[in-house]
Design a protein. Sequence first.
Length: 411
Amino acid sequence: MRAAALAVALAAVALVGCPGAGAAELPDWVAQAVARTTPAWAASEPAVVLLDEQSITVSRSGPVRTVTRGALRVLTTSGREQATCSASFLRGSSEVLELRAWVLTPGGRVTRLGRGDAMDLSLAGEYTLYSEARVLQLAAGEPEIGTVFAWEYVRQEEPLVAQWGWYFRQDRPSLLSRVSLTLPEGLEPVATPFAADSLVVSRLERTWTWEMRDLRPAPREQLAPRAWSAQAAVMLGIKAGGPLSAAGTSFADWSGVARWLDALAAPQARVEGTVTARAAALTAGIADTLARIRALGREVQALNYVAVDLGLARGGGYRPHAAAEVLRLGYGDCKDKANLLCALLAAAGLRGWLVAVHSGGRDRVDERWPSPFQFDHVIVAIQVPRGTKAPGVFEHPVLGPLLAFDPTDPF
């Protein structure tokens, strides 16, 4: 049985065995969400989001505390699968302190769910041997039409980067979506809103809030590309230069992001004995520069793609394993393979640089928000001779002609 299906099944058992709670015992925010009526423009949807909210609190010392709340009304049988809650965390650096949910039927029965009803699942992706990223998942089971599923979880973490993203626009209608950031005296927020003309911003003492209401789902068209640039979102951070030890690193511009990434990766690209020997063996007797690059590129392409996601809270998601280690083991993920290729190029007297990209398309990275969070992939920019003609060659104003090459691509 698939893990998600098992989570639903267990939650259904919990619904049967757990005694109902009275409506009077509901938190005020749940009662307010339930009181919201479904507008006519959302009535034909599978489900409607009554509340989508997150509150982030940064202290001057100590971890960041995040409270996430949500409530959803099931409108059709196909909307039942949306009645779920997922609380993600990183093992060893963040912790879900509280997790609870309420299932409220149209007839007034209230069933409470807690952490003991949740499934603890790994978020390891395909070709990932191990990952510290995990999620606690709660599901309402098979709720009847008209049921409201509400949830709340509290997470405590020591973030690597003092940046947070909140997306208002969803694939389903949302009546109220908001995010708030509470900072200690002396710290100021940096907010970058995207496509949010109706965004309402407010402040109460040291808490800033960004809110949108009555969000209609974007029209769905078969095979249409997803318009990421049209999503309503606000990206939050803290102004660089303040006392940020408790909140993680902050970035004032893209140069700061580049320096931060380079500080993590550069020590891992040392040209050591085995790397030098392998580069010499692969390029022996080859005089043509492009042919030498091709020989090194094919070597790295042939390595197995395997990810081991450790130390994520300390930059492990951005720091490649040492080039010599990847060469010895014969496997690695995108940053490992790209870093090894840079080391092999350097050993052969050539030059290459790591390039952070987003695999989802050229419109996924927005220059207005300097953040490493915008990237999910690493490739290599290889310096090639002037006059080189190839689809992947582009001109850099300082480094000259560069060839964009993805060593994880078999072609």
